[in-house]
Each structure stands twice: as structure tokens, then as C-alpha cells.
Design a protein around this ligand. Structure first.
Ligand code: PXG
Length: 457
């Protein structure tokens, strides 16, 4: 029997409009348009309350990596809820699922990672990381090293610290962000540049902004550089190959901490366990969430490399930080089973060797469409750029809202992809089959035609 009673679509929509404040939503606008009520899901498909079937090209919100309807995860959560639904890990307590998951996370991460701090979400992981980084330098007797450098248009969550560290201008205008001691440098967004430099040179140039910023702020004041291996919410910005090696070099040269925010890239999305592995960089800390539990229950955390972990433990005393749900037993049980499935079904390898290359090839074929200025994809994380004309590349004016028009056409035709301005992004579950990939591309192509027709009108 369902936990929630049956109601009609319009009943749900009215109740929703009257009582439910949604994240990142203009409610006056939503009140007019009404919400799409998603009632159930299976595999890579979601179903709305009327039974309409939609291919989920976004894995929920970049998180349902092993697909919907996995009985193994349901069973892991149920068994754990029966055994021990909750206990904390404050006051010298722990429980088996959080300890076991820690062991497993250490096993799938680079050798410098031997410890993990749990949170309930990616935003909390970012807050934890910021406090940890500043505490690390404090303990080393360099309390002046407070500044954390991030990137324009980065997304690092929505708490005050997350919104501050992120580089989204609109978020900085609300709610007290940005905090002090945060600086932003440019993103390695070649298509968004004037495209006069070849991508590799552009990658180097943008990476070297980190060096310039460190010198401007003063090396003795800089604590860390933080970035998503590939920017997700900012529009799947894939850096040129030269970018990350140069960033690593600059961090090493100045001795500042390097942190990768793996909330989206982690757990196989790029065909490697983590984005840092894909780009061959060696972070000191990694923040994670989403894919660790495939979105079935909330969980996030920070992988703590020995450089920081040893100092926190040897010199630290008590770190006055933690959450009621740090290492929640049911979330950890679901994460353990998620990792088991990723390994057993070799999903990371599958993204690297099979479905990744398969979807990429088809995705790039969309570049032939008259409205597509660029396609890009690594693993199962991609984007295409909608343009007014292709030679020379001319963009639509932002008030035309072409990205949103396209997104709405997509979902009405049974495919979810996200619009970031006029960039359409895709990140389907890692279990996507070849036939489902074909369906995704066929629908995308058809919807590009419909968008072109709509825009011409
Ligand atoms: N870091 C990164 C890289 C993220 O993508 C967070 C931190 C924050 O995680 P939580 O669990 O607090 O949401 C994220 C979240 C979008 C979208 O529209 C992306 C995210 C969240 C909501 C919407 O693309 N990423």
C-alpha cells in the first residue's frame, strides 16, 4: 500500500502551489504554470502522476547513478532501519554501517585518502571542508591563510558557505553571501570565450589566473583552491586537457591545498571513480554526495587526505563541527550497497569503455544540427550549445529564453535534460542501455527540430 494517499493531478498541483516552497523557484511563476508531479520511477524512466513515461537524462539531479527501482538498495535501507534506524557518532560512539562505508571509500579513492567525515548533503560537505581547511592552517600556525579560491560560475551548494564559494552571481545577491575570504577566478569555458586561442592555450591561460590571484591576495593568505573537475550546474564545462595539470603545478608551487568537489563527478560519472582520477590530479580533500548513495537517501562527506588528516589528529584537539545526521546508518547502508553494485556490475568501467563512448559518438552527431554550436561529453556527462547561427557562431539573446523553450519541448516529448542558459546538459544513469541511448538521441534530435521551428515562429 502506498504511504501517501491517491489524489488527482490537479489536487496535487493545488496543494503544492498553496503550501510547498520549492528550491530555486519563482513561486509566482510556478503558481501559474503548475508543477509536474512525478509519481514513480523504474530503471532510467520516471512517470508522472498521469502515467506519462519520461526518460530521465539527468539521473534525478545528477545523482541516481545506478538507476531507479534497485531492490538491493531498498532492502539495504529496510534492513538497516529495522536493526538501527539512527544513532549518532558524537561522544565516542560509532556504528557498523558508517565504519564499513569508511573502509570502502578509502579503498576506492587515491592512496592519500585514509579518512572520511560524513555530512547529509553536498552543501554541508562544502561547509565542513571550508572549516577544516581553515582549521588546518590554524593548527600549522598560519592562521592568516584563510582565503579560498574558487571559480566563476562554480556550483558548490546553497548554504551561506556553499553559495559564497560557488561563483553564481545571482546567489551572491541574496541571503548574506558571499562570506569574506573567498575569491573567484575565471572558468575554463572555451566555447564561452572569444575562441581566438586554441583550447589548449586557453586552458593554460585560464589556469594561470590561479597563479595571478594567489600573488594578488598574497601567498601567505591563501589556504586552498577548490573546483569541480568538470563544472556541472554551470553547464558541463569540460576544461581543455592542459588545464588540470597546470592547476596542480600552481597549487604545488605555492603549497596551497587542492580540493576537488566531486559531488557530481564522483562515483563513476566520468568513467573513473572520481574526477581527480580522470584528470590525474592529487587532491588533498574531496567533497562528495549524490552518487555515493545513488540519491536513494541523503548522504555527503569529505574525503580527508593524510596531509590534512594527520595534522587535524596530531595537533588538533577537538574539531567543533558535525551534524546530527553525520554518517546516518540507513544512508550508509544504502551507500555500501551502491558501491557494491558499482563494483559488481563494473559500472565505472562500463562508462569508460562501453556506454560512455557509445553515447558520446551519438551525442557528437547532434553537432550537425543547424542550431547546435558545440557538443561535448566526458563519460556520461555532456552538453550542447544552442546557437542562432553557426558560422560565425552567433548566440541568441538571453531574453529569448531559447534554452528553456528547448527544455520544455524535451520534457513534453518524454526526455529530461537541463537548460543552463542556452546550454542543454545531460547526465543519464550509468546503467543506460544502448537502446535507451538511441532513444535519448532520437528524442533530442527531434526536439532540436521542434525548438528551431518554435524559435523561427
Ligand atoms: N557541489 C557540487 C559540485 C554540486 O553539484 C553541491 C555541491 C551541493 O550539494 P547539495 O547536496 O547540497 O545540493 C552540488 C549540487 C542543478 C543542480 O540544477 C545541481 C546541484 C544541486 C541542485 C541543482 O544542476 N548540485
Amino acid at each position: 500500500m502506498a504511504v501517501v494517499q491517491n489524489r488527482s493531478r490537479s489536487e496535487w498541483q493545488d496543494l503544492d502551489r498553496d503550501h510547498y516552497l520549492h528550491p530555486f523557484t519563482d513561486h509566482k511563476d510556478l503558481g501559474k504554470k503548475k508543477s509536474r508531479i512525478i509519481a514513480r520511477a523504474d530503471g532510467v524512466y520516471i512517470y508522472d502522476v498521469d502515467g506519462k513515461k519520461i526518460l530521465d537524462g539527468m539521473s534525478g539531479l545528477w545523482c541516481v547513478n545506478i538507476g531507479y527501482g534497485r531492490e538491493e538498495l531498498v532492502s539495504a535501507a529496510t534492513r538497516q532501519l529495522r536493526e538501527l534506524p539512527y544513532y549518532n557518532s558524537f561522544f565516542q560512539c560509532a556504528h557498523p554501517p558508517s565504519i564499513e562505508l569508511s573502509r570502502m571509500l578509502v579503498e576506492v579513492t587515491q592512496p592519500q585518502f585514509n579518512r572520511v567525515f560524513y555530512t547529509g548533503s553536498g552543501s554541508e560537505a562544502i561547509d565542513t571542508m571550508i572549516r577544516m581547511v581553515r582549521q588546518y592552517w590554524q593548527l600549522l600556525g598560519q592562521p592568516g591563510r584563510q582565503t579560498i579560491i574558487a571559480r566563476v560560475n562554480a556550483y558548490h551548494g546553497s548554504t551561506v558557505a556553499g553559495a559564497s564559494l560557488g561563483g553564481m552571481k545571482a546567489m551572491h545577491g541574496q541571503g548574506g553571501a558571499p562570506l569574506q575570504g573567498i575569491e573567484h577566478i575565471a572558468q575554463p569555458y572555451w566555447f564561452g570565450s572569444d575562441r581566438k586561442l586554441p583550447p589548449d592555450e586557453f586552458g593554460l591561460q585560464v589556469a594561470r589566473e590561479l597563479d595571478t590571484k594567489i600573488r594578488q591576495v598574497g601567498v601567505e593568505k591563501v589556504a586552498a583552491f577548490v573546483a569541480e573537475p568538470i563544472q556541472g550546474a554551470g553547464g558541463v564545462v569540460i576544461p581543455p586537457a592542459t588545464y588540470w595539470p597546470e592547476i596542480q603545478k600552481i597549487c604545488d608551487k605555492h603549497g596551497i591545498l587542492l580540493i576537488t568537489d566531486e559531488v557530481i563527478c564522483g562515483f563513476g560519472r566520468l568513467g573513473a571513480w572520481f574526477g581527480a582520477d580522470y584528470y590525474g590530479v592529487k587532491p588533498d580533500l574531496m567533497t562528495f554526495a549524490k552518487g555515493v548513495s545513488s540519491g536513494y537517501l541523503p548522504l555527503g562527506g569529505v574525503m580527508v587526505g593524510d596531509r590534512v588528516g594527520d595534522v587535524l589528529i596530531e595537533k588538533g584537539g577537538e574539531f567543533f563541527h558535525g551534524y546530527t545526521y553525520s554518517g546516518h546508518p540507513a544512508s550508509c547502508a544504502v551507500a555500501i550497497e551502491t558501491l557494491n553494485i558499482l563494483k559488481r556490475e563494473k559500472l565505472v568501467e562500463r562508462v569508460r569503455d562501453d556506454i560512455g563512448p557509445y553515447l558520446q559518438k551519438k551525442w557528437h552527431s547532434l553537432a550537425e544540427h543547424p542550431m547546435v554550436g558545440e557538443t561535448r561529453m566526458v563519460g556520461l556527462m555532456g552538453a550542447l550549445e544552442l546557437v542562432k547561427s553557426k558560422s560565425p557562431i552567433t548566440k541568441f539573446s538571453s531574453d529569448q529564453g531559447v534554452g528553456v523553450i528547448c527544455r520544455d519541448i524535451l520534457v513534453n516529448n518524454g526526455l529530461v535534460m537541463r537548460a543552463v542558459g542556452d546550454t542543454i546538459v545531460v547526465a543519464p544513469p550509468l546503467v543506460l542501455t544502448h537502446a535507451e541511448a538511441d532513444e535519448l538521441i532520437d528524442k533530442a534530435r527531434k526536439c532540436l527540430d521542434l525548438t528551431l521551428a518554435a524559435v523561427k515562429k
